[in-house]
Ligand binder design. Sequence first.
Ligand code: 5GP
Ligand code: ZN
Length: 177
Amino acid sequence: TAVLARANAGGLFSIGRTPDSEKTRSVFERALKKCRKQAERAGRARTGRCGRHALLLIIMEEMNMRDDNCIFCKIANGEIPSATVYEDDDFRAILDLGPASNGHTLILPKNHYKDLCEADETVMAKILPLAAKLGKSMKSQLGASGFNVVQNNGTSAGQTVFHLHVHVIPRYEGGPD
Ligand code: 5GP
Ligand code: ZN
């Protein structure tokens, strides 16, 4: 419980989960085991101790808040640099690598959700107002006359990156794209 309290102090369980619930406890214990195993493999066999940061990453993965193989997780959490146009506690908005128009932006939640069906409802509730906010600044800052808000779920719907994201695509009258 002492270690659990330490993880809590890091704010890890603040996202709509009860800190001392059975589920949290079992996730934590599973993550700790995994982390120790990793530490042993990495050569720290004598103590089997794992670093706090490594443990937090594993806990997040166990809670499906993060997927180690997901590029948007790394971008959203700042592990891979990106052209960030907006950031808050829940989201990072970045410029799309293959833009459909000048200023094409992707809103990425910092937590990992494969698509809209998996997403936390509080995240869903925040994402559309953010899209509107970005759309408004595309109009005032980039001279866009309108914008599309697009969100793909599943391969057949055109989803290519399986970390929930919302496209905000500025449109221009007689301007760039
Ligand atoms: P989807 O087709 O899944 O709705 O959209 C994925 C979008 O992510 C595409 O528009 C694609 O250009 C963009 N994209 C894919 N990989 C990266 C990346 O590493 N960085 C950025 N900024 N955009 C990416
Ligand atoms: Zn992800």
